[in-house]
Design a protein around this ligand. Structure first.
Ligand code: NAD
Length: 290
């Protein structure tokens, strides 16, 4: 299939390349010219705007930072809806606010464009391997129709409910990951302060109940103080802010999420927002003097 791909960052680039490898044609667009050139070198064509991409394809995939970016790319000037023919399908794989997905889907429906929200989990390594976990909201029939394309990028794709349900699921994912990173940072700072080697602690506990995908991926980064993203602190702050807005909207308090968001905000203020979210360990280093 000829697919438009807009948003070629840490995640979008390998996802677009996997679609190319699977035999799909890609027309891509990003504000960052170097990213576009890299995907063109892998076999894609380049569009001149989101509207130009949408005019050339029956399916557009977006992978952008947050709600305002997706709204601009879809509903803004030279956006997807400006170029779209009736019947275009849009799969937004960015992690954005569920209410924004609903608003964008409404604007799409008015132009005869069908939309799914389909955020992902797994980070850059799983984007490269094509083994992301994909959580989908929107029309079930549209999901069934596009499932095989999603499974080029993911190991699983689960339909979670109506439009926005994919992003609500992603907020749950992001709360669990953030709190798990905070728990690992807190525990590893304790052992360091108490004079026990964190590497030995990691080896001792990773096979037990405390072992987790998050600890396996992030504890080595913390122990090496190596925080190249990965998933940026600033993007995680965005997700936790979206979670808290959603929580306030539905009456579900999120006290632990609020605490970890504050820790991440202090790191952003200290200039670490572009580092991997495992840099949360820096917060504990600062407050414990390690
Ligand atoms: P990124 O910042 O690396 O990439 C975003 C891309 O969007 C950039 O290349 C940027 O130039 C482009 N962009 C922004 N505004 C644009 C516009 N108006 N028109 C065209 N291009 C535009 O971000 P990422 O890490 O690839 O994350 C993308 C989404 O995936 C985010 O919602 C993030 O929360 C989510 N996500 C990221 C990870 C991860 O580990 N990095 C994992 C799961 C989900």
């Amino acid at each position: 299939m000829k697919i438009g791909f807009i948003g070629l960052g840490i995640m979008g680039k390998p996802m677009a390349k996997n679609l190319l490898k699977a035999g799909h044609e890609i027309v891509c667009f990003d504000l960052n010219k170097a990213s576009v050139e890299e995907v063109v070198a892998a076999g894609a064509a380049a569009g001149t705007s989101a509207a130009d991409v949408a005019a050339q394809v029956p399916l557009v995939i977006t992978m952008l930072p947050n709600s305002p970016h997706v709204k601009t790319v879809v509903m803004g000037e030279k956006g997807v809806l400006e170029g779209a023919k009736a019947g275009l399908k849009l799969v937004d794989m960015s992690s954005i606010a569920p209410l924004a997905s609903q608003e964008i889907e409404k604007a799409c429906a008015e132009k005869g464009v069908k939309m799914l929200d389909a955020p992902v989990s797994g980070g850059e390594p799983k984007a490269i391997d094509g083994t992301l976990a994909i959580m989908v909201g929107g029309d079930k029939e549209l999901f069934e129709e596009l499932k095989d394309i999603l499974l080029v990028m993911g190991a699983s794709a689960v339909h979670c409910g109506p439009i926005g349900a994919g992003n609500t699921t992603k907020l749950a994912n992001q709360i669990i990951v953030a709190l798990n990173i905070a728990a690992v940072s807190e525990a590893f700072t304790l052992v360091k302060k108490a004079g026990v080697d964190p590497h030995l602690v990691f080896d001792a506990i990773k096979g037990g109940l405390a072992g987790s995908t998050v600890m396996n991926a992030k504890a080595p980064m913390m122990m090496d103080s190596s925080f190249k993203p990965g998933f940026k602190i600033d993007l995680h702050i965005k997700d936790l802010a979206n979670a808290m807005d959603t929580g306030h909207g539905v009456g579900s308090p999120l006290p632990l999420t609020a605490s970890v968001r504050e820790m991440m905000e202090t790191l952003h203020a200290d200039g670490f927002g572009g580092e991997d979210h495992s840099a949360l360990a820096r917060y504990y280093e600062k407050v414990s003097g390690t």
